[in-house]
Design a protein. Sequence first.
Length: 419
Amino acid sequence: MRPADIFDHLRVNFGSLKGTLEQFFDMTAESLLVEALLIATILLLLRTLLNSDRKDVSLEDAIARSLIPLILLGSIWMNYQGVTQFILPNYGNTMYQLAFSRFIMEHGERVPLALEYGGLSRNYYVPGFRVLIGVMGIVLSQDIVPTAQIFMILFSLIFPLVFYSVGKRLTGRPAGGLAVALMFLTAPELQIYVVRPLPQMLGLFFIPLIIYAFTLSYPLMALFGFMVGMIHPQSMASVCFTLGMAALLYGVVIMRSILFLRRPVSGRELFMLIGIALLVGGPYLLWHRLQAGTFSLDVLAPAKFKEFGKSLGISDYLGTGEFVFAFGIVGAYLLALDTRYAHPRGRMLVLGWVLGTFLLTKNEVLGVGSHTERFLAFLQEALAVTSGLVAYYLWRLLDDDVGPGPTEKGLKGIGRPSF
């Protein structure tokens, strides 16, 4: 081979190598993130299989933990443009909400007036979300749009982990957490709100944390509830109705134990639910009294003009996602009948969650007739959890070795929440 041919060969190969390196370093953030999560999943699964003979960890739990990166991958896929291309979804009233935060960033105070349905009115809206975004912008020294993008990306990635934690806490098993997180990703009505920087997004984030905290710590639950009350009115209503329906269910259990002379049931949970519901709704009403000069909610545009107040039919419920709706109803029914695969106290609160949010979607029967469609997202959030529980329930039925899980041992297995 002539020297010139050798140099030509080296030049071609070097050019090919250079092109490969340039292609690698020019990879988009989406490719690097997705590939990193896939590699992490493969490595965790290999580690699980190599350690499958361990007696202290079941193979089911080990595999479930190994698949956690896939949950994040699913969240990235659901929020593809927002997370990977740094695009802010701005449909709906997203930019309307961010305008209030920008005013706080620029002037250091709240906007006194708001453009509501029917014209200008006083700004009655609770300030939590708007102040949070405004303070974030000041701290990060960014304009409102980059600040909202950072907020959105952060919470959209944390969301599935919250549902994983709730499912794991309710079932006592990582596989239960994985099932609930996957069902969350298949809930279309819910995903519409959790991919945008909105007060609804933050409210929907804290509600499952309240369910989680109910089995862990009452003060933590009260803190999350108070935050919801200062962030979003519809989220606050969802929490209050959830706690109210759960308290009603506890009351039925207590009355049944008294009437049928069964083992006495402690009323501690009942009083805690009522107390935390007052802590959630009370500050909101006080805020409203300071802004409007009255405790009456009739001055608000949603109540005055019956915003989004149509009566919902079965097609409206199925239109939010047939799969999650159907499995969620089955899951709620199984929770009402079977205590084997749900935390004893968490089970009651999840049932109250489903019943309370469903009642809010039919609030015209209460004489309100407002935001019935908006409450569909809150109902679907509860159904995402119950549908995940029924998926786990079916998995356990198909398993040949269905031993008692941690939650089947009752409160002694997991412990009472601290006070």
